[in-house]
Design a protein around this ligand. Sequence first.
Ligand SMILES: [Fe+2]
Ligand SMILES: [Fe+2]
Ligand SMILES: [Fe+2]
Length: 395
Amino acid sequence: MLRIEADLTTTLAGFARAGDLNDLQILSHAERVTYTSFRLGQQLQLPQNELEELVLSALIHDIGVSTTGEKLKLADLQPQQGTASAHCKRGYELLKPTKLFSGLALNVLEHHNYYSPDLRIIPAIIHVADRLEFVIRKDKYYLWQKEDVLAYFRSKEGTLFHPDVVEALESLTLVPSFWLDLQYENYQAFQEELQSFRRLLTLDELEEIAQLVATIVDSKSPFTGAHSQGVTRIAGFLATAMGMSEHRVRLIKIAGLLHDIGKLAIPDEILMYPGPLDKKQRAIMKQHTYHTYYLVGSIGPGVQPLQRWAAYHHERLNGTGYPFALKAEDLEPESRLMAVADITQALLETRPYRQGLAHEKVKEILQNNVNAGHIDGEITALAIEHLDEISALVF
Ligand SMILES: [Fe+2]
Ligand SMILES: [Fe+2]
Ligand SMILES: [Fe+2]
């Protein structure tokens, strides 16, 4: 049986990276904020369980940001009280209903709150760590700036920022390696310290995270709003029809939920472009499966099958696919069925410029893809045979 050692922290860190990849100005935002938060939390001598809560909350603090425009607005150093709150609320709403993260939802909701005596320490820390990213000049030596940075936070202490957190930042000005690690993104020591939080996810929990990813990916693609969910259902249907074990079907569905996670790394102007893409735009869009491969890879040891099943859905049997230009012999049944599920879902789903296609047309296009050497003939025959049942699964 396939065993995946999915680790909570590395999975979240990897997935948080996805949203930061689409804008080169704020690359690694989640990771940097988490690193600073952790160091502040240590200065404040938070107990281990609170440090863990802090790290997890910091990793997903901006999970509710849904457009690049919104992200750029967050660079505003003096936001009006409440203007940053849309992404906090959305983050809260995404996390609150989950089993795994409902306990972190409030931290995400409050991470831009102005200081008040009843503001809890975890969101107060994330707030300072997050603002530090916008106060510090990335093109200058941090060690030249730390006094000015501190002066900025001091000037807003007790109004915008929690005085205890500002004090913790002050003690960090005495630790050069804190600033150097942040500047050179050298997180080796930090990651070793995080080892003590290692916590393996159950399959249910991994599935819940994958669901969250699918919800976010689908909501970012307004023209194909339920694509990931649809692909997942079709993939599950095909896998079951092919006689795969229940465990394998579940893993395939998780791969289905994650298959387009790499789209989070595609800039909005391409992802949300209202019409057919030109050649240059297509080249960028095609990067998404490359990102899917490496983002899914962050889940943990043993995850390679999931990586392949999720990321190979645009590979073609005759070697004309992307991003690895694999050939038939590299593509196992699970990857092949994901490609069939992806195309079938795309043909059945309604887009703003067209309704889902009629079944006869869907069958014809699927068969053309087989004839062209793109997708697996037997799996496609299965999809064609059961197209009525399959189309009842998708919206
Ligand atoms: Fe934020
Ligand atoms: Fe942030
Ligand atoms: Fe895709």
